[in-house]
Design a protein. Sequence first.
Lengths: 217, 300
Amino acid sequence: MISFSDVSKRYPGGQESLTEVTFTLEPGEFAFVAGRSGAGKSTLLKLIPAIERPSSGIVLVNGQNVGALRRAALPYLRRNLGLVFQDQKLLYDRSVFDNVALPLAFSDHSPREAARRARAALDKVGLLGRERANPVQLSGGEQQRLAIARAVVNRPATLVADEPTANLDAESARAILQIFFAFNQVGVTVLIATHDEALLEGCARRVLRLAGGHLLS
Amino acid sequence: MRTWLRHHWQALALALSKLLAHKPATLLNAIVIGVALALPASGYTLLANLLGVTQRFAPQPQLSLFLRLETTRPELDAVRARLRADARIAAVRFVSRDQALKGLRATEGLADVAAALGQNPLPDAYVVRAHDLAPDALDALASDLRKIPGVAHVQLDSAWARRLAAIAATGRIATGLLAALLAVGLIAVTFNTIRLQILTHAEEIEVSRLIGATDGYIARPFYYLGLLQGVAGGLVALAILWLAIAVLNLGVQDLADSYGSAFRLTLLGAGDACAMIGFAGLLGWLGAYLSVSKHLRQIS
C-alpha cells in the first residue's frame, strides 16, 4: 500500500513542487498520475522510493515511513519496488540480459536462479531471444519494455513508472500499457505518471490529477 | 554467508577484469607504485645486508674483568663461580697474568717493553661474553660485575656496538621516512585511479543505487581494484629489487673476492617480501577506500 498524507516537497531555492498531497493506493490497484509538464508528477513518483524526501507530510510504502528511512535502509525499500524511469536508465555498455539481471546481482539469488528469472522477465515483455543484443540495437518501444523487464525481475509488489510511453507512437504506447495491465491482473500495484491524455482515454482506471503541485481529485 | 562470499568473489572477478581490460594503464600504474615502493625496500634490503656483514666481521663485544694483583686462588674461584652463575653471561674465559705477559711479549712492537719490566705487572683477568649484546644490557652487566669482590676494573668495549646501533637506527628512520613519504604517494596514485574509475562508471553506479544496490556492493569492486593495484605494484617493486641486487652483486662479487669473502647481497626473505606485497595491497585498499568515500557520495 502507498499512502501520502499532506505531503509537500520544496526544492532548494524555495520552489514548491508538491503541496499537501494526500491519497492512498490500495494493494493491487492501478492508477495514473496525470498532469502537464511541471505539475509535480515525477516528484510524486520519486518520493515513493525515497529518491527525493518530502519537505513535510508522510509517505508510507507498505507501512514504512520512507521519508524517515535511514540511507542504509533505502536499497531494501527499492528492491521491493519496480521502478521504470522517464529516461529508462539502461546501461548501454551491457547486453539486454545483463541489464535485466542487474537487480538480481545484489540480491540473494544464485546465478542459475538469477538467469532463470531474467529470462522469465524478458519473456513477459516479449524480448526473449534478444538477450545478447545491446540496448542501442533496440527500438524505443523495445527499450521501454527492457526497462519494464528490469523493474519486474525481482517480482515486486508495486510498479512505479514515470512516463513509460513518452516518445512512443500510439501503437507502441498501447502495447506498453498492456504489459502494465497484465502485471496488475496478477496482483501487482501499478502507478504510472503520464502527460498523455490520449493514453487515459478508454482506460477505466483511477486518475490522480496534478496541477501546479496540487492534487485536483 | 554463501551470498556474502559470492558477492566478494564477483567483486574480485570484476576488479580483475577491469585491470585486464586496460592492460597498458594497469601496467603503468603498477610501475609507478613499484618504483615508489622499490626505493624504501632497497634501502631496507641494503641496510639489512650491511648490518649482517658488519656483525659477521666485527668482534663480539667483550667485558674484561681485571682482578686485584693480590688476589688469592680461593678469591679467583669465587669470582669464577659468580660469573658462571649469572644467566646473562654466555661464556667465561680465564687469562692468567702469565698468559697476559706472554701475549704482550708476542705483540709486535711491545716485546722490548715487556722485556724491560722487572716483574709481571699484569693482573689475572676474566674475559666475559654476554648473551645480550645490546649496549644498554652490556652497560648494566658491567656495572654489576664491578661490584664483585676482588674485581679491580671492568673494561667494556661497546663503542663500536653503540655506533653500529646508531647507524642502524638512523638507517631505519631514513628508510621509514622514505617509506611513509612514498606510501602517501601510492595512496594518492590509487586515489586518483579509483576516482577516474568511479567517474567512468558514474551512470552504472547511479542506476545500481536506484534499483537497490547497497553502497557496500557498489564500493566493493573499487576496494578490490585498489588492493590488486597495490599488490601488482608490490610485485613490480620486488622485481625491481631483484634486478637491482643482481646488478649490484656483479660489483660486490669482485670486492668480496678481493677480501677472500663469499659475501653477496641477498634479496628480502620470503616473510619480508610477503609483508611488502601485503603492505602495498593495504595502501592500495586505503587509497581506494578514501576515494570511494569521497566520490561515491557525489554520485546520487
